[in-house]
Design a protein around this ligand. Structure first.
Ligand SMILES: C[S@@+](CC[C@H](N)C(=O)[O-])C[C@H]1O[C@@H](n2cnc3c(N)ncnc32)[C@H](O)[C@@H]1O
Length: 244
């Protein structure tokens, strides 16, 4: 193990796991190592999901039906090891979790990490998701690749050499995958549901524009401590009937 680490293999690939949100997440060779900064996206998602659940909780508690609470539907798109989905399943009590990735190695890994907490699918973005989820997703967490192609060569060798290119390369300006995710998000989100994507601080404005262009209400959250920027897009809730 020391030899492999000294040769530049990321510690998490040597050990076979990474710590993420206090969980031990299995990470196979080549699979993206979940980053500490992405815990910020998880925290934002938890706050939004709890805020959405609280009116239903109050109603159920008043009716003495706490067990009858609606489950939060969470999708972890571009899930890699499934770290975000696993963390959200632990943090939110009632969750229906779906995760997807295009890389078969990531999908195998996510299946181990998510195990009985949810379903993992293989394919391009939304393609493998069950169509029954359309219009019902409360939290759509998508830590997509966002490194501009020209900047891949500047990454540390641990990422450049040991993580799959598809996990890093976001196209010319780094936002190619993010734009595709944002454009289709309104089809999958429930009214009031949230898309959360990570970007660099420099990319935030363009990411906001992509989210707004898709018809979602954009918002940016950032953490100086974790050097994290998250763009949130919320599907508007349609106004109820006249005078409502
Ligand atoms: C930056 S990694 C993030 C992985 C994980 N969400 C995390 O934060 O640890 C991006 C992931 O997106 C996946 N990916 C890239 N393009 C994709 C596509 N078109 N459809 C589905 N997954 C894709 C990669 O395989 C990789 O696992």
């Amino acid at each position: 193990m020391v030899d492999r680490r000294a040769a530049g293999v990321p510690l998490e690939h040597v050990l076979g796991w990474a710590e993420f949100c206090g969980l031990r997440i299995a990470v196979d060779p080549g699979v993206f190592v979940p980053r500490r900064r992405t815990e910020f996206l998880v925290r934002q998602a938890v706050v939004l999901a709890r805020r959405a659940a609280s009116p239903a909780e109050e109603t159920a508690a008043a009716a003495g039906q706490a067990g009858a609470l609606p489950r939060v539907i969470v999708v972890d798109l571009c899930c890699g090891s499934g770290a975000l989905g696993a963390a959200l399943a632990v943090a939110l009590s009632q969750v229906e979790l779906h995760a997807a990735d295009i890389d078969p190695a990531a999908v195998r890994c996510a299946r181990r990490n998510i195990a009985c907490a949810g379903q993992v699918y293989e394919g391009d973005l939304y393609d493998p998701l069950p169509t029954s989820l359309r219009g019902r997703v409360d939290i759509l967490a998508a830590n997509v690749p966002y490194v501009p192609t020209q900047e891949i060569g500047l990454l540390p060798a641990e990422a450049r050499v040991h993580e799959a290119r598809v996990a890093l390369d976001g196209g010319a300006d780094g936002l190619g995958v993010l734009r595709r995710v944002a454009a289709a998000a309104p089809l999958w989100l429930a009214p009031g549901g949230h898309l959360l994507v990570e970007a660099s601080e420099r990319q935030a404005q363009q990411a906001v524009e992509a989210v707004a262009r898709a018809g979602l209400i954009p918002q940016v959250a950032s953490s100086e401590e974790l050097n994290a920027t998250v763009v949130i897009g919320t599907r508007p809730v349609p106004k109820t009937g006249a005078g409502g």
